[in-house]
Design a protein around this ligand. Structure first.
Ligand code: FNR
Length: 342
């Protein structure tokens, strides 16, 4: 199938499947603080994500590009990133590396947001030269490498050979001039994967958990014989953060993406050790169905909710969220216990 047709189908099906599944955040709650000694207007949303200094912990995560019709979507996302000071990633650039005529659908994000923090995006099958070309295409500040094994296996025309990923990720990390972030696309990461990535020299990891855009469902909608038994494959975003917490080192920054619904989910993810939180499907839904001003207000809303949580908890800055006590209950607590996580 033509890649650009697939890009359009992904957007269509991502918008028609349920927006949110079980992301695990409803099993997490903060211990309240009735004497927080904070002021709402003095709470700071600035955060460090590896070497990146971000004015907000919310990142517009990788989605699209690669078909002429996606240029306008990327343009709108880039305007939101620029106006709200959010870091942003583009969708996989493998399409433009094979067909330069569609590179404008990605380049538009740099044109709209000349000074913003932008991530290029390739698959783990990319060569070092392709990774460098993807970065150059956007004058990107960082590079994402996405992992999506289950999606590829369910995609009728997807990859079937996943050998050599770690070696290629290591070579790219060593030879590309910008920081590399490895990300899942919604199936989550177990601690062994996190550990292997760290050993390969990766310093930014997006655990990309289950609970939001579900690529097993998206691909099943594109199949004549859906493999529905794989639709709950993987770990939720919260379970993935718990897994990552077992191997946390000071050299790695985590991003939590997958089913983030509002600012309270953002606060919980940050409290669980994430340095930033990615939102993809909800942003796409907004730019595809609402005027840009409403999407800008939606970002304000998420940030407002995060500030409310931080003020109530006595957290003046994002790092203070990590000092908070959390209750973890329900299926998440049970699965964490089985994995030996206290
Ligand atoms: C994605 N995502 C994605 N990720 C990636 O690294 N490269 C890509 O090309 C794409 N393409 C893509 C298309 C569409 C239409 C969507 C909705 C998403 C995955 C995305 O970055 C994110 O990891 C997941 O969508 C989970 O986050 P949400 O949607 O639950 O917030």
């Amino acid at each position: 199938m033509d890649r650009s047709v697939r890009k359009i189908e992904h957007i269509k099906h991502a918008l028609t499947t349920n927006q949110f599944g079980v992301n695990g955040f409803d099993d997490v709650s903060f211990l309240p603080n009735s004497l927080p000694n904070t002021s709402f207007h003095h709470v700071s949303l600035q955060t460090e994500m590896g070497k990146f200094h971000l004015s907000s912990p919310i990142l517009i995560n990788a989605m699209t590009g690669g078909a002429k019709q996606t240029t306008e979507t990327n343009r709108k996302l880039a305007v939101i990133a620029r106006e709200k000071g959010l870091a942003m990633a583009v969708g996989s650039q493998m399409a433009a590396l094979k067909d330069p005529s569609v590179s404008e659908s990605y380049r538009v994000v740099r044109v709209e947001n000349p000074r913003g923090i932008l991530f290029a995006n390739v698959g783990a099958e990319a060569t070092v030269d392709q990774a460098k070309a993807a970065v150059d295409m956007l004058e990107a500040d960082g590079l994402q490498i996405h992992l999506n094994v289950m999606q590829e296996l369910l995609m009728p025309e997807g990859d079937r050979d996943f050998r050599g990923y770690v070696d290629r990720i290591q070579s790219i990390s060593e030879q590309v001039d910008v920081p590399v972030m490895v990300k899942e696309v919604g199936f989550g990461m177990a601690r062994n994967t996190v550990l292997e990535l760290i050993q390969a020299g990766v310093s930014l990891i997006d655990v990309g958990g289950r609970g939001g855009t579900n690529f097993a469902k998206v691909e099943n909608l594109r199949r004549s014989s859906p493999l529905t038994m794989f639709e709950e494959w993987g770990l939720t975003t919260v379970e993935s953060l718990l897994e990552a917490s077992c191997v946390r080192t000071s050299d790695v920054a985590y991003v939590a993406t997958g089913g983030i619904r509002h600012g309270l989910d953002v606060a919980k993810a940050l409290a669980m050790g994430a340095s930033a939180v990615g939102i993809a499907g909800a942003m796409l839904r907004c730019v595809q169905s609402q005027p840009l001003d409403d999407c800008l207000r939606a970002v304000d809303g998420w940030q407002h909710q995060l500030r409310v949580a931080m003020t109530a908890l006595g957290a003046h800055k994002i790092a203070d969220l990590r000092e908070q006590s959390l209750f973890i209950t329900g299926a998440t607590a049970e699965r964490a216990r089985l994995r030996g996580i206290a």
